[in-house]
Design a protein around this ligand. Structure first.
Ligand code: BGC
Length: 391
């Protein structure tokens, strides 16, 4: 009963906080293991209810990629302003740590878990524990697969991300035929990596099939070039060959190996499908250093600050802006509905190999040198002073 009241109270404060952008200040403290723990004391008339329990738990994959620090920042702003009690924990690339994080949060009494899985299949066990403890689970950005213990999913339109990357390459490709195309992908443990690739393939495949582009670094993709639609297994084979594992170093060493093995027929003016910003910067550096690469067009996603600077400097061609403010706000709005006993609004669903998970999807924006200021600075996402050479 008391809990319900607190939930309602926080939900109301939350809505006010979202509208006015003001509220109580969050106190950051270092947890064991280095996780940031942000707690806000809930203002209620009953002191014994405040401070102890945590209502919303957030688990993010790693601090080593700026993308997830953006999400952390948005959660801290939105939840902190709202007067929620919450905690953000990072899994640092380990499913075991992720499971421990979930267990820690369950033991702190969370009612809602917002989790971006390190490994979509491995996370099933952790969220099943949460479900068994009566916690509602919101998969954040990455779908958790093979379990019915996922209640909701908030995501960007990942197919559109891949399609935008592919379309950018087409729109900016050098003239002629047999233009070398280097393909890279995300981690096979991340459902999104399949969707990004599927989206890119949907637009690139006709131009690979008709000989406009020549795949430079994947015999698996080459063998499938006449198939407009690939099965998950087929995409898996390509990813197995060109995965970056979302790892900058792996991206770099793969790109180096590919360029070392490449003949002159796949050098010159080339296209590079890079799955995200971190891997794009690594791959771009390798291509820029190769004297036989005359020019390259390279994709990315996330609008990480370092990649925005790369775009301004002409070292990365594009990125996809996935506004983490919206994704975090959507998942918090869902949490509010859950805490109020209401059914959160959804607009789509994603099959996770077990159930259709009700989802809320957010649109994406393509960012190039031409609109970087309007999309990322004028929108308040970054300060202009974060960059040099911004026009
Ligand atoms: C996210 C991307 C991110 C990648 C690597 C994906 O699941 O959607 O935004 O770049 O993981 O962390």
């Amino acid at each position: 009963m008391k809990k319900k009241l607190i939930g309602l109270l926080m939900a109301m404060t939350m809505v006010v906080g979202l509208v006015t952008g003001c509220g109580g200040g969050a106190a950051d403290e270092k947890d064991e293991g280095g996780s940031i723990s942000s707690s806000v004391k809930v203002e209620t008339s009953d002191d014994s209810s405040a401070g102890g329990d945590i209502e919303v738990g957030i688990v993010l994959p790693t601090k080593d990629e700026p993308r997830w620090l953006q999400d952390q920042k948005q959660f801290e702003t939105i939840l902190g302003d709202a007067g929620f009690t919450y905690q953000v924990l990072f899994s640092q690339g380990s499913s075991a740590t992720e499971k421990t994080n979930v267990e820690t949060l369950i033991s702190k009494g969370i009612k809602v878990l917002i989790i971006c899985a390190q490994d979509g299949a491995a996370a099933a066990a952790a969220v099943e524990e949460a479900r068994d403890a009566g916690v509602k689970v919101i998969a954040y950005d990455r779908l958790i697969t093979g379990t019915d213990a996922v209640d909701y999913y908030v995501t960007f339109d990942s197919f559109a991300v891949g399609a935008a990357q592919g379309q950018y390459l087409i729109d900016n490709a050098p003239e002629g035929t047999d233009v070398p195309l280097y393909l890279y992908a995300g981690a096979a443990t991340d459902n999104n990596a399949f969707i990004f690739f599927e989206g890119a393939w949907s637009v690139l495949q006709p131009k690979i099939a008709d000989g406009t582009y020549k795949i430079a670094n994947s015999t698996e993709a080459e063998a499938l070039k006449d198939k407009a639609e690939l099965s998950r297994e087929e995409i898996g084979k390509i990813i197995g060959q060109v995965t970056t594992n979302w790892d900058f170093n792996e991206a770099k060493s793969k790109a180096e190996a590919h360029l070392t093995a490449a003949g002159s027929d796949v050098k010159g003016n080339v296209l590079v499908l890079a799955p995200n910003d971190g891997t794009s910067r690594s791959i771009a550096d390798v291509f820029a250093a190769d004297k036989d690469i005359a020019s390259y067009v390279i994709t990315g996603q996330d609008s990480e600050q370092a990649s925005v600077q790369y775009i301004i400097d002409g070292k990365q061609s594009m990125t996809v802006f996935k506004d983490t403010r919206t994704l975090a706000a959507d998942s918090v709005a869902m949490a509010v509905d859950i805490l109020e006993g209401k059914e959160p609004a959804t607009d789509s669903s994603y099959n996770n190999e077990k159930i259709d998970v009700p989802a809320k999807q957010t649109a994406i924006v393509v960012v190039t040198k031409d609109n970087v200021k309007a999309a990322l600075v004028d929108s308040g996402y970054y300060e202009a002073s974060a960059f040099t050479g911004l026009e």
